[in-house]
Design a protein around this ligand. Structure first.
Ligand SMILES: [Zn+2]
Length: 454
């Protein structure tokens, strides 16, 4: 009888559990994430962003008029099940990958892959935009490991509880996080040993300038973006490099490499892909010029000479703040930097290496920033030319001048009169061509009028 009673009891228990679990399973609401409407958004744009249908968004949010979409409206995004919270966009920065993003945002890695419709970690390159879910509360801070460092050692060094750190980072052993990967620490821990590496000017763009800052004074600091060797200089308590992306470098992903010793004297090596995006430079109308000015046997020695003059790296920064226009206002720009050019019916395989100013106020040419005059001469294609060294590998060139009013070796201040506009060299009318070189790469000078480099 005891056995019978027990079986009956067991049956009762089982019959009670099974339907209740089934009911529980049905009553579980499918969770969908929310997106906050941003300026410029439309239903169609949002649908494309998250790869869902516009009709589904309209239905899920009971939208009556899709044309009346106000900024800051929270929208449920159907189709991304099992994710709750607020969707956000983020540009991937140095040291971040799907594993570290999963830790920082406290969401499973497979959810990150689903949100971004990829399974490939290589798509998480520096500067790529990824969709993430905002963390509910920011009760932690980011850090990263150096070579030879483990999470265990770092937790102790930074006064964080090791167990709390492993739980926060969704790992079960101290070696699960690889060097340079980002992890999180409970807030309030000492993070002074962290070496920060940051880019200014992401995403890198054809023909534009950028800066990288590394808060390490390591003498062994070196780095590359693609084939470009970065030249570092001391910049307060960190080291920085100003560099330019060549205007004709094909857009795409390039290897980024950085090596230095951190403040704990440990070697840090970072290898990651970085995005270089299109500059969207238009084509200038085809130009007809004197064929001798296109003859490489004549132009190459001149190009080599300019390269040679602008090669030295002056370790002192001679300028400060933003640059000024090299001409009086009103300024009239005849041709912009980067425009693709075709000379004498050749293909569009050249680009405009500077900015052309027409004669609109007067003929005066001024130094756009402080520096030292390092070259004045008359050249075949550049005509009467002047070069100013601003320091840190930054040089200004002024071509096609009528007169040159400075001498080699002379120091000039921003706004000093240095010459007059002319029509000398390969030129089709009076204008000033102003060119800016950063470590031998011609870059668009105009952002330098608004942005303080480095
Ligand atoms: Zn020009």
């Amino acid at each position: 009888m005891k056995i019978f009673k027990f079986l009956f009891f067991l049956f009762f228990i089982i019959s009670w559990i099974i339907p209740s679990t089934a009911v529980f399973g049905q009553s579980e609401n499918p969770e969908y994430p929310v997106y906050i409407v941003q300026p410029g958004d439309t239903i169609n744009l949002i649908a494309i962003k998250f790869n869902v249908s516009a009709t589904d968004i309209i239905a899920a949010n009971n939208i009556t008029d899709p044309n009346l979409l106000s900024v800051s409206t929270p929208l449920v995004i159907p189709g991304i099940k099992g994710v709750s919270g607020v969707l956000t966009y983020k540009a991937v920065s140095i040291g971040e990958n799907p594993d570290s993003l999963a830790r920082i945002y406290q969401i499973p890695k497979d959810v990150i892959f689903r949100l971004n419709q990829t399974t490939s970690p290589s798509e998480f390159y520096i500067g790529s935009n990824v969709i993430l879910v905002e963390s509910p509360e920011n009760s932690y801070q980011q850090s990263s490991l150096s070579s030879g460092d483990s999470l265990f050692e770092r937790s102790i060094l930074e006064n964080a509880s090791f167990w709390e750190t492993t739980i926060l980072n969704q790992v079960d052993n101290p070696w699960a996080i690889l060097p340079k990967e980002t992890f999180i620490l409970p807030i309030g821990t000492n993070n002074d040993n962290q070496t920060n590496v940051e880019f200014i000017g992401l995403p890198l763009t054809q023909g534009k300038s950028a800066v990288i800052n590394v808060n390490s004074m390591s003498q062994d600091l070196s780095g590359r973006v693609g084939n470009l060797e970065l030249k570092f200089f001391s910049n307060n308590s960190q080291q920085s490099s100003i560099f330019g992306i060549h205007a004709m470098l094909p857009a795409g992903l390039y290897p980024f490499h950085l090596e230095f010793k951190n403040n704990l004297d440990q070697n840090v090596v970072i290898d990651q892909l970085i995005l270089i995006q299109q500059g969207f430079y238009p084509q200038d109308p085809p130009l007809q010029v004197d064929p001798s000015t296109l003859d490489e046997s004549l132009t190459k020695p001149e190009d080599d000479l300019i390269f040679q003059v602008t090669s030295p790296f002056t370790t002192e920064q001679l300028w400060s703040g933003v640059f000024n226009y090299p001409v009086d206002e009103p300024v009239c720009i005849k041709s912009w930097f980067g425009n693709r050019r075709s000379y004498n019916d050749q293909p569009y395989n050249r680009f405009h290496t500077g900015v052309d100013f027409g004669v609109c106020a007067n003929l005066n040419i001024y130094a756009p920033a402080d520096g030292k005059v390092v070259f004045t001469d008359s050249l075949l294609t550049r005509g009467n030319a002047t070069l100013i060294d601003h320091g840190l590998g930054v040089y200004s060139g002024f071509w096609h001048q009528e007169t040159i009013l400075v001498e080699e070796g002379q120091f000039v201040k921003a706004g000093d009169l240095i010459g007059t506009i002319g029509n000398t060299g390969r030129s089709t009318g009076p204008h000033l061509h102003w060119e800016l070189l950063v470590n031998g790469i011609q870059v668009d000078p105009l952002p330098w009028l608004e942005t303080v480099f480095p």
